[in-house]
Design a protein around this ligand. Sequence first.
Ligand SMILES: *[C@@H]1O[C@H](CO)[C@@H](O)[C@H](O)[C@H]1NC(C)=O
Ligand SMILES: *[C@@H]1O[C@H](CO)[C@@H](O)[C@H](O)[C@H]1NC(C)=O
Length: 434
Amino acid sequence: MIELDMCKCGGIRVFLTTLLLVSFTKTSLGHERNVCPTFEDYYTVKNNTNCWYDVAAEHDAQTIIKAHGYELKEFKVQTNDGYILTLFKISSPNTINYITKYYPVFLQHGLLSTSANFIALGRNSLAFMLADAGHDVWLGNYRGTQYSEGHINYTVNDKEFWDHTLDDMVKYDFPAVFHQILSETPEGGQIIYIGHSLGTTLALMYNAQYPKEAKNIFKLTILLSPAYTLSNMLSPYRNLAPFGSMFLDMANRMDMIRLMSQSEPLKQLARTICLESPRLMQRCLQMWNLFYGAETSMAPEIGPVYFNQIPGGSSFKVCNHAADLALGNFRHYNHGPLENVKRYGTPFPPIYDIQKIQTPIYIVYSIADWATTEKDAWNLYNKLPKLYRHGIRRINMKSFNHIDFVFGKNARRVVYEDLLLVIKDAILKVPNNV
Ligand SMILES: *[C@@H]1O[C@H](CO)[C@@H](O)[C@H](O)[C@H]1NC(C)=O
Ligand SMILES: *[C@@H]1O[C@H](CO)[C@@H](O)[C@H](O)[C@H]1NC(C)=O
């Protein structure tokens, strides 16, 4: 492992830990079939010729990227509060485009997910399509997810590691990450931010909290399944939101925070239960879909990929902060009245005011999404400053739910192809720093 001290600006120390340039290797050779087009086919997966091998069903993001023939660079970014985050940079060895090099795309995943979501659909994955179009594609990994489990003073076994909220990610993680991306981008370039679900929440919070910085950094912010206030959430799980703090207290007392936050045990548990039989896999997906929307475009062949990636790790406080959205709030973490007064000077946490946003925002939502609904998407759009409403697109399909934005078999045709046009158009027509 080489450690090159790249830069010390703004207290952010950046290490380029590994540089991996790997040529295309045909990984399907000698691998057993692991995904099938129907749940029935899974009963005989090993020697069923309907089934095939998918690297994403068994491996991590790095392996998937290399297996598909893309160049991968892995960066370790240290935040001002001591977390060490991993960033993946993907580029296509075959595409050289001098214009798109100025516009790296940063992809930020949802709650309890990982950045591997954006490369889950093989060649039809959003990250690979963007790389094919000539962009440098950066995958972010939140603190506490399987790729970002480092801290200068703590390990994931320490309670302190998990004592963070969305506020900390906005304040510490994003500046460090954007600094790293821009240091690898030609002078004058700007980032195109694409978030899914919680990735949209954090984008809005960052844009609201640091409008001046954001204006310089972002060319365009794209929100897939935007999670602003979620008062109209249809998911039955929304009924759990008011119990977030109670649950957190309980978990704290039982020292469960530590255990239940780590991605590996969570994933093992899900895999053990959900990949036990084809029937159980189907049931597990249905259970998750009660959150995402009952009708899905996920194909049976994505099942093993899904349970290889979800659930990822996250802190209870982050989950609780996200649950606050379902109660109609878009604000800093609610620590309770006493602690709020200490931290914020007011009994209630201050809101993130999206009226302050100064970068163009483009929204894509689906009518079949139960977590981030049509009503909430429009509520967000109408509250943005008029000047920065770059567009809003409705996916008018009965079976394209919240998670289909990353796992839907048809996501390329339904969402990504249009996104590429929107990005191309913005690069040509929107002046920098409008
Ligand atoms: C594969 O097929 C053969 C013959 O068709 C059968 O005997 C064997 O049990 C099958 N193996 C598995 C793992 O299903
Ligand atoms: C890490 O530990 C050192 C030594 O105890 C301390 O000075 C520093 O503030 C800690 N940093 C963080 C981010 O926890």
